[in-house]
Ligand binder design. Structure first.
Ligand SMILES: *Cc1c(COP(=O)(O)O)cnc(C)c1O
Length: 459
């Protein structure tokens, strides 16, 4: 017998029609967008895999929760509901809401980072590093080497290399390391997980030197699934239990609710130390809003609270990972170079291997994302040299080993049939890859350039 199929653990209650476009329309649209998929109009996109951030479909219960939003300026009922959800599911006693993840990154960076300090982490993330650098800190990548190799098949590719971590502590001294930043999962490495064992060891080292551990818990639910699947001793534990154990190794977290929490906007900072809470509350009123709403409407707090309970349901998380794999395995079967193992939120095309005739300085991943859009109206995102930006010291491009195009799967939005359309288009491009040309950058903003940079095709 063939394998019994599994389908979505939900059914569709409302639909949003999307527009199909012609190739000519798409060629005009990408030209107008400066070959940057961030600058396309959503209306011109058929299947939008730009990001899984804030693009989730909310459940009927979340929509109902919106109606229950308490819009009082201070002390709203919705705030207490969010605080309780974070306490119950994440296990941190203190919460400060923010408008999204970078709001939380801003607060913790201001509180803990001083000029001349070092923040070790498992591969950089764009907004995280920007906030570290804005406070005069330096991000130091201490992820295991295999994470920089798209083809290395290791189960926990997001793990911190403990030797690199200890080496940094020995070199600069623990007093110059305000915290260790652990991302769960590691977005820039391909949505790769960190093992529980590694989290435990990072905690042990941090305790030995009196350093804090801060998680970027953006996609920690997906990380919990990989632990359940791959780490000995966790097969019979629920996602919610595993998730809670993971969080027990952190002093606090920054969180983008736009990912795991199944909402369109929101984030928070959560912690155990009441002194950090105090400082975060002092700062949040300046930058975001009252400590009981942090730049969000009451209804947003309410929807995020409901999403926090839904995100750790076992059937949901298993389905989520299965759908990402459904796309990735079709590409693997066709011999297309993608980051392996297939990660939690996206399939990452290895643009260096896909387009070996385009040198990195001609932005192969940017060019591939533009070509994919023209072929099928599928919007993806560059995660390579453009995203990496420039080194503030030398002013030269940073040239990351990973030059990737991310096909990010929004939560509960697309069906497997959409995944088939995406897979077909990528395979089609791969068959005609020699026709894809490099780009040159004609406008470059000073920070987070990938959002708004503009390009032209090279002849
Ligand atoms: C999205 C993201 C952030 C920032 O969150 P926003 O809600 O977009 O501000 C931080 N870290 C990681 C790993 C992310 O994916």
């Amino acid at each position: 017998m063939e394998q019994r199929p599994v389908a979505e653990p939900y059914r569709i209650k409302a639909v949003e029609m999307v527009r199909m476009t012609t190739r000519e329309e798409r060629e005009a649209a990408i030209r107008e967008a400066g070959y940057n998929t961030f600058l396309l109009r959503s209306e011109d996109v058929y299947i939008d895999l730009l990001t899984d951030s804030g693009t989730s479909a909310m459940s009927d219960r979340q929509w109902a929760a919106l109606q229950m939003g308490d819009e009082a300026y201070a002390g709203a009922r919705s705030w207490f509901r969010l605080e309780k959800a974070v306490q119950e599911v994440y296990g941190f006693p203190y919460v400060v809401p923010t408008h999204q993840g970078r709001g939380a990154e801003h607060l913790i960076s201001r509180i803990l980072i001083r000029p001349g300090t070092y923040i070790p982490g498992n591969m950089y993330f764009t907004t995280t590093r920007a906030h570290i650098e804005l406070q005069g800190g330096t991000f130091v990548d201490v992820i295991r080497d295999e994470a920089h190799d798209p083809a290395a098949e290791v189960p926990f590719k997001g793990d911190i290399d403990l030797r690199k971590l200890e080496e940094l502590i020995g070199r600069v001294g623990p007093g110059r390391i305000p915290y260790i930043n652990v991302a769960l999962t590691v977005n820039m490495a391909g949505g790769q997980p960190v093992s529980m064992q590694n989290l435990r060891e990072v905690r042990r080292i941090a305790d030995k030197y009196g350093i804090r551990v801060w998680f970027d818990a953006t996609r920690a639910v997906e990380n919990a699934y990989f632990i359940q699947e791959r780490e000995p001793g966790y097969q019979d534990r629920s996602i919610r239990e595993i998730f809670r154990e993971m969080m027990s190794y952190a002093d606090g977290i920054t969180m983008s609710g736009k990912k795991d929490c199944l909402v369109n906007i929101g984030g928070f900072l959560a912690m155990r130390d009441p002194e950090i809470l105090q400082k975060a509350r002092e700062l949040v009123v300046v930058w975001e809003g009252m400590p009981t709403y942090g730049g969000l409407a009451g209804r947003d707090l309410e929807a995020m609270a409901q999403g926090i309970y839904e995100m750790v349901e076992d059937d949901w998380v298993a389905w989520r990972i299965r759908q990402v794999r459904y796309l990735g395995e079709q590409l693997l079967a066709a011999g297309i170079p993608i980051v392996r193992p297939i990660g939690g939120h996206a399939v990452f095309l290895d643009a260096k291997a896909f387009l070996p005739h385009i040198p990195q300085d001609h932005f192969p991943a940017q060019a591939l994302a533009a070509a994919l859009y023209v072929d099928s109206g599928v919007r993806a995102m560059e995660r390579g040299i453009v995203s990496a930006g420039r080194d503030p010291q030398t002013g030269d491009h940073r040239r990351p080993k990973l030059e990737l195009v991310r096909l990010t799967i929004p939560r509960r939005v697309y069906t497997d049939r959409h995944m088939d359309v995406v897979a077909y288009s990528v395979k089609h491009l791969y068959a005609h890859r020699d026709q894809i040309k490099g780009l040159r950058m004609v406008y470059e903003p000073p920070t987070l350039r990938f959002f708004t940079a503009r390009f032209e095709p090279l002849e």
